[in-house]
Write a protein that binds this ligand. Structure first.
Ligand SMILES: Nc1nc2c(ncn2[C@@H]2O[C@H](COP(=O)(O)OP(=O)(O)OP(=O)(O)O)[C@@H](O)[C@H]2O)c(=O)[nH]1
Ligand SMILES: [Mg+2]
Length: 335
């Protein structure tokens, strides 16, 4: 099961600055020699990996990247300034291809990797470079060379930063449709979602992150019940978990029953998963009885941070985004 994030960007490196035609002017030297400097080199476009980036979401709005042109050469043999480079940050794991030929340009596997993806044009030579035995006062200079331009296809296999687990019908798909622009099917019966849905969440501050809805967990899942352990593997690859619980369906006599059952399934599949950070979210708080049930649940609950929301009305959902954002940012890069 792979989620692919994609973007097309257009990069152009800077043009080289033109060389300069100039002659020395000095007192008492009526005919100074040529002293026109070279143009500066155009800036490069560089792509580098950064652990700060987790998705290609940034390229939804910014698709064009242009490095600065080199400055013209000047008299007194002064070379023009080089154009400034543009550095584009992508998450490790990003693959760069030529849009037209599909040719692989670079597979960024390393966390600190940088490649010049479009080279700036060389600056033109100034007139002093054209002095020869037959031409001591050349009156021409070169113009700068154009920079490279490319249209690039970026691809990234996305891993979800947070996985939403919980019983069928808990509201996982509803929540992901609230958190992101994903539009999974939502319905009032179990096993509506048959494959994980990924949504990109854009918090008020900081990097977007990816949340996946993990379908099909029920009692006995790790032994094959329901959709079985098909998607438990997916849980393993997320960095943290959101355990979503239908607060209206909490058993008043045994409020933690459903919660514990899901945890048993996960622990039965792979106990290490329980060591991942988790936020317990009691959903459907808008329904009658839900608040009273939630109070019963939360009364003695200390396993993980917990909160109540309504994915349906949106109540407290932005607080959940803040908490997820904080938790994910607090994780080390290799978690
Ligand atoms: N009142 C209320 N209903 C909700 C809330 N969240 C989800 N629902 C409803 O609960 C039902 C199930 O929601 P889904 O989002 O499909 O649940 P799911 O966890 O994705 O279910 P599966 O895909 O079957 O595992 C739908 O009828 C939703 O409209 C909520 O906060 N309040
Ligand atoms: Mg669903």
């Amino acid at each position: 099961m792979k989620f692919i994030d994609e973007a097309v960007i257009h990069v152009s490196a800077g043009k080289g600055g033109p060389g300069c035609v100039s002659f020395r002017r000095e007192k008492y030297v009526p005919k100074g020699g040529p002293d026109g400097g070279d143009g500066g080199k155009g800036g490069d476009v560089i792509i580098k990996t950064s652990e700060r980036r987790r998705t290609l979401y940034q390229f939804r709005y910014k698709k064009h990247f242009k490095a600065a042109n080199g400055a013209p050469g000047q008299g007194k043999q002064k070379t023009g300034k080089n154009g400034e480079n543009v550095v584009i940050e992508v998450p490790p794991g990003t693959i760069v291809r030529d849009v037209e030929t599909r040719e692989l340009i670079k597979d960024f596997t390393e966390p600190d990797d940088a490649v010049v993806i479009a080279k700036g044009g060389a600056g033109g030579r100034g007139n002093r470079r054209f002095v020869s035995s037959t031409n001591r006062a050349p009156r021409h200079a070169q113009s700068g060379l154009p920079g490279e331009t490319h249209s690039l296809q970026l691809e990234l296999k996305l891993l979800a930063d947070a996985g939403i687990i919980g019983y069928p019908n808990a509201g996982k798909s509803t929540l992901i449709s609230r958190l992101s622009s994903a539009k999974p099917k939502i319905a009032d019966y179990p096993f509506t979602t048959l494959t994980p849905t990924l949504g990109i969440v854009t918090p008020d501050s900081g990097e977007p992150f990816a949340v996946a809805d993990i379908p099909g967990l029920i009692e006995g899942a790790h032994n094959g019940a329901g959709l079985g352990d098909k998607f438990l593997k997916h849980v393993e690859r997320t960095r943290m978990l959101v355990h979503l619980i239908d607060a209206a369906a909490i058993d008043p006599d045994d409020p933690l029953k459903a919660y514990k059952a899901i945890n048993r399934e996960i622990a039965g599949f792979r106990p290490e998963i329980m060591e991942k950070p988790q936020i317990v979210v009691l959903n459907k708080i808008d329904l009658p009885e839900a608040q009273a049930n939630a109070d019963r649940f939360l009364k003695h609950f200390t396993d993980y941070p917990a909160m109540t929301i309504s994915a349906y009305t949106g109540r407290n959902v932005s607080a959940l985004i803040d908490r997820l954002n904080e938790a994910i940012n607090g994780l080390k890069a290799d978690d």
